[in-house]
Design a protein around this ligand. Sequence first.
Ligand SMILES: CC(C)(COP(=O)(O)OP(=O)(O)OC[C@H]1O[C@@H](n2cnc3c(N)ncnc32)[C@H](O)[C@@H]1OP(=O)(O)O)[C@@H](O)C(=O)NCCC(=O)NCCS
Length: 132
Amino acid sequence: MRRRIAERLDAAGFSATTLIHPQATLGSEVTVGAGSVICAGARLTTNIQIGRHVHVNPNATVGHDTTLANFVSLNPSSSISGDCVIEDGVLVGVGAVVLNQLTVGRDAVVGAAACVVRQVAGGSVVKGVPAR
Ligand SMILES: CC(C)(COP(=O)(O)OP(=O)(O)OC[C@H]1O[C@@H](n2cnc3c(N)ncnc32)[C@H](O)[C@@H]1OP(=O)(O)O)[C@@H](O)C(=O)NCCC(=O)NCCS
């Protein structure tokens, strides 16, 4: 839905703003794309690329050298470890964890409180500990 709305607004010539709450913490070399929202309590360490229209909800954390592609949503208190690639349109549920050096494929869903321990295929839904 967010992707479709952004396409319509882009086509109409609007430019999306970027919102970063003053109580979010962003380290060095963090880039945030247009239309993204970084909520209070979010912690983003260093060398992180965040695409367009990404939502990083309260108290979510993102480790070093990680990429969040466009339209990713990190629900509250989820945690993405270092060296991860979270592809376009992924939803990471509340309190879920993605371990380091993993890729979560395009439009996949990680269930609430899951622990992702291996690569997640695009379009899939994984849940539980370890996430399957
Ligand atoms: C994983 C998820 C996407 C599955 O949604 P769904 O396909 O509608 O799943 P259902 O509710 O029909 O449940 C299907 C089964 O999975 C189980 N299940 C659902 N979510 C689960 C989770 N996060 N972890 C473990 N099991 C889960 C259900 O208990 C059910 O098990 P059963 O078949 O043995 O009864 C969803 O439950 C989820 O976790 N979404 C994230 C929500 C979130 O982050 N909310 C915060 C918003 S701020």
